[in-house]
Design a binder for this molecule. Sequence first.
Ligand code: GDP
Length: 207
Amino acid sequence: MLIKTASYLISSPDYEKCPAPDRPEYAFIGRSNVGKSSLINMLCNNQKLAKTSGSPGKTQMINHFNVLSVKNEWDKKPAPWYIVDLPGYGFAKVSQSSRRRWEQMIENYLRKRENLANVFVLIDSRHSPQKIDLEFLQQLAKWDVPFSLIFTKSDKETQAIVAKNVKDFLNKMRETWQFLPQHFVSSSVKTHGRDKILTYIGEVNER
Ligand code: GDP
């Protein structure tokens, strides 16, 4: 898949204010600082699209980006879809009330957004399995939300350490999950994982 254009559309305070659900939508979420903005920018080949780490925790909005893609150079019919940048979880410094607001907003969005094709949950590949990520995945399963995993920042550790962390995470999931989700390994610095993630989105778009 080739992305022709990608541009910011709108930030919405809750799912009801989101744009019309008239095309497939792919949401990205993860712990704060996991590399979400960098990944969205890398996928779209536009370093200025999503903001990177300005003021973590402050942007509690559902951010929509318009994307137009084609299957290959000869494809004359661009397909429209949305990328959604969701506010991350795991901030130590947010108040109880804003945490509750986040939970409510995310739950409503994930459970009710009818055109949500897939949620990419980002996991920092430098760390061993974290409870907060595993718990979030349990929520997604409970709500019947389709998701896949992206292990980010793979350039920051050796391949062996990244492979071990990915394996440990999946093994941890195996303890309670019957099926394992699709997973990807990415580096926004080295542009790793881009083709595989975009190909996957193309396949889901075709379904
Ligand atoms: P967000 O808070 O999840 O949106 O995270 P950002 O995309 O803003 O990234 C947080 C920090 O990690 C920034 O300093 C980025 O430059 C850095 N970062 C993000 N992705 C990568 C990556 O793939 N490799 C490396 N080396 N650094 C990254």
